[in-house]
Write a protein that binds this ligand. Sequence first.
Ligand SMILES: CC(C)(COP(=O)(O)OP(=O)(O)OC[C@H]1O[C@@H](n2cnc3c(N)ncnc32)[C@H](O)[C@@H]1OP(=O)(O)O)[C@@H](O)C(=O)NCCC(=O)NCCSC(=O)/C=C/CCCCCCCCCCCCC(=O)O
Length: 724
Amino acid sequence: MERYARSSAVAVIRLRNPPVNALSVEVLQALEDGLKKAEADPSVKAIMICGENGKFSAGADIRGFSTPKRHRVALGPIVSLIESSEKPVVAAIEGIALGGGLEVALGCHYRLAHVKAQMGLPEVTIGLLPGAEGTQRLPRLIGVPAALDMITTGKHIPATEALKLGLVDEIVEENTIEAAIRLANKVIGQPLGPRRLSLKPVPKLPNTDAFLREALAKVKKQARGFLAPELCFQAVKAATERPFAEGVRRERELFQRLLSSEQARALQYAFFAERAVSRDHLSLAPSPLPGTLLSDVYIYTGLGTMGQGIATSLVKAKIPVVALEQDLEYLNKGRKAVMGLLEREAMKMEGGAQTLDFHNPARLQFTVDFDLLSDVDLVIEAVFEDMALKKEIFHKLSKICKPGALLCTNTSALNIDEIASATSRPQQVIGTHFFSPAHVMRLLEIIYGRHTSPTAIATAMQLAKALKKVGVVVGNCFGFVGNRMMFPYVEQAVFLLEEGSRPEAVDQALEDFGFKIGPFRMSDLAGLDVGWRSRKGQGLTGPSLPAGTAARQRHGQRYSPLPDLLCERGRFGQKTGKGWYQYEKAGGRTAVPDPWLHSFLSQYRDSHGIKTRYIDQEEILERCLFSLINEGFAILAEGIASAPEHLDVIYINGYGWPKHRGGPMFYASTVGLPHVLAKLQKYSEAHPDVPKLRPSAFLKKLVAAGNPPLKEWMSYLSRQSPKL
Ligand SMILES: CC(C)(COP(=O)(O)OP(=O)(O)OC[C@H]1O[C@@H](n2cnc3c(N)ncnc32)[C@H](O)[C@@H]1OP(=O)(O)O)[C@@H](O)C(=O)NCCC(=O)NCCSC(=O)/C=C/CCCCCCCCCCCCC(=O)O
């Protein structure tokens, strides 16, 4: 709700709707009433608009976009009403002014911001555009290039940058409200015409057409099927071509198109899913944490790629780190790499290296002395995926670490219970699956074992929050949630090659769907040897394979030895310059289709009597995506994850699933579960030796129940893990 008050001749209108002063119908109504009241009151000479609790506003209430239409209040006319006021209106921006919140500020005649405030038009990130005249006012204020950048990316900018761009008139370090009232008093009686953005022309560029052409190409390239950025572009382009009122009409048209789109629904679902998932379990964290997380965190060895990223991530979060390696040679290599990463991170931050203070040994210490462990609160072990090695380390940790210390293992698939069995405190052992590069990727899969305590789970969630990551708690099974769902997807991709497709065709289909990177490009990037080592460990390939095992069968199921055959030829992907593609050199990044691989595939098919057939994009998508989704249903039924939202958050944040499709389970709900089931049945009949194509019992149950909406799915399961 808004509050109307007075400070001398200045009327104060406060946007109040905790926690972020979202603009609900009630807030907007109250804002309109407040404006009219101030306008009508002859003793009021100026108006100041601010937010409650140090935040201006996070914009329109996003929940309102998907709830059934109440009486629609339009924000645009209210922004116009502000602008047309005969009394000067000043926006006092504290904390955040986002979306509709910033559009309200753009209607004001003056904008004053606190130095720590952030501003942005992030509508594009929820599948919309700034539909309250923001696409028409912002280019008039800060020019087309800067406005396009803000509107098509949705990025938040700090007040200092906003000042440079001319988005705000002044920034202050002290009390923003008092400063805004002072400004309002100062500008009483000054002409308002020049301050009304709708009356200003859009600043001309030397070559607007060429600029817009290039900008559109860039937007399209990055969007990969995501509609909102392009429509944001169209709205800003309208500002360069039409008078204000016509531009607003065009903006409204484009906004309506996005508002009713499936993509907007998917992105808004993802917005709330991420927040709901991140909130889970936190309430069980002791407060403050044992010794508080801001004491020492210790990383055991593995200052290899994962350990380096994890250390960097901790330092960025201002958590003191003691980084340990097995010997000086590895330690020095690891130190150099971590310092390099931190230098690069610091360059991106205001205040640079000083802010991170990573040369300070109290913040970051490197050692080979295991005894330094005795005093740390939390250990993150990050050695490579070798069960025997991990058990040896955990046995040692259990002896050396103080009683309350949480023992985390960074693993992407290994059994947490088996690792915990090497300790005398399995209740304090937990899996923390970081994604590479760990200082960049937002996902943290948190895996609890049979004995892991609720406090340990909550502490790991708190760690995720401190690292600004999205923590998702899941149960213990091979590959946990993310990788377990990935296995059938990758398996299908390889089977498709056996049957007649090519890596570039499979990758293209999935990248056109919106994945950042297809499975073969991804495999080349990660290194084919990683999976090879794991398959050897599982006895699926290599010398331990029993003699006489059929090349394309394991345990009575279809198996493709193709990835193993590439590894046997030293083709590990980018690092060796050859994998599913060829590269300009070892370590090269540009994937080029490889004629050698194409003829290798032909020979392979011939030698196994496989008849090559043309496989279209539809089959590629259905087999890869529906087998992944099918595994998701099995995971839910087994109680490994507590809701489909958890799977979607994992896929969006850890596996490059296109956010505008809402995650795999949301996608399944949009194409319809009967359709997913029918396709799985069809492919399963065609490939009876592929168990992962057999529809999950839970999927069948939901279809039989009439395809209920996603949020009701879990009510069709009787059992849930007590820890989820
Ligand atoms: C940066 C943030 C604002 C804060 O981040 P953080 O501090 O990390 O906290 P969070 O956990 O993210 O958020 C805290 C809780 O607040 C909820 N939240 C946040 N923003 C909104 C919002 N805009 N609407 C509703 N709820 C919001 C969040 O879910 C958390 O609650 P919970 O834990 O889930 O319970 C960060 O949150 C952020 O980035 N927020 C999103 C900002 C954003 O995208 N803004 C743009 C919104 S779209 C917009 O403004 C469009 C304008 C175009 C014109 C619109 C014309 C229509 C106007 C009428 C609107 C009326 C509809 C109302 C219908 C009705 O009332 O019936």
